[in-house]
Design a protein around this ligand. Structure first.
Ligand SMILES: C[S@@+](CC[C@H](N)C(=O)[O-])C[C@H]1O[C@@H](n2cnc3c(N)ncnc32)[C@H](O)[C@@H]1O
Length: 183
């Protein structure tokens, strides 16, 4: 069976083309940025930690890939991305091998998500990996679930994919697709 992260990538890969514009809202160690850079034409990746940009740039260079690495919070996405967005990924929580107290936050996560939804192209997709075992994670999970559950059904398909029999708090995936066709 597919793990949630593999599902998150496959869900995006199905709609991405070399013309796609995509956002990695939480760059971290750059695994998702590299994945997106292989599938899409233009990648914008955000992180508040300089270390994330260093690791991600190294990872991209090793594979001869390019992406726009932005040292800013994803809540500023609309200041940097002016095109329609075809795909986006969030990988919530903290940066492994760095300061674990610096985590994504409910308010800024929702601000970023709202801005990306606003610019999402028809058929565009968003994968959100929810890690919530850390301090404050439960609050972020609850506010996200509350927000996405209320997205209008005629405009967005919203699904989740999660393990039901794992101990602790295994990460799970929220998938969003914007419905409709370009006029
Ligand atoms: C779980 S890690 C991301 C993992 C990453 N996608 C990867 O492939 O390695 C979460 C990241 O979100 C970053 N972060 C926290 N708040 C943020 C914000 N407001 N905007 C952008 N990134 C943020 C953290 O610095 C951390 O690097």
């Amino acid at each position: 069976m597919k793990k949630p992260l593999a599902m998150a990538h496959d869900f995006l890969a199905e709609v991405l083309t070399p013309d796609s514009v995509v956002v990695d809202a939480t760059m971290g160690q750059g695994f998702d940025t590299v994945f997106l850079a292989k599938k899409a034409g233009k990648v914008y990746a955000f992180d508040v930690q300089k270390q994330a940009l260093v690791w991600t740039q190294e990872r991209l260079a090793r594979e001869n890939l390019v992406a726009n690495l932005i040292h800013a919070g994803h809540e500023q996405v609309a200041d940097y991305v002016k095109e329609k967005i075809d795909g986006a990924i969030f990988n919530l929580g903290y940066l492994p091998r760095a300061d674990k107290s610096l985590t994504t936050q409910p308010k800024t996560t929702l601000l970023a998500l709202e801005q990306i939804l606003e610019c999402l192209s028809f058929g565009g997709r968003i994968s959100i990996m929810v890690y919530y075992g850390h301090e404050g994670g439960q609050r972020e999970k609850d506010s996200l679930l509350d927000f996405v559950s209320r997205l209008p059904q005629k405009d967005f398909a919203v699904m989740s994919y999660q393990a039901l029999n794992q101990i602790n708090q295994p990460p799970f995936l929220i998938m969003i697709e914007k419905l409709g066709k370009a006029k």
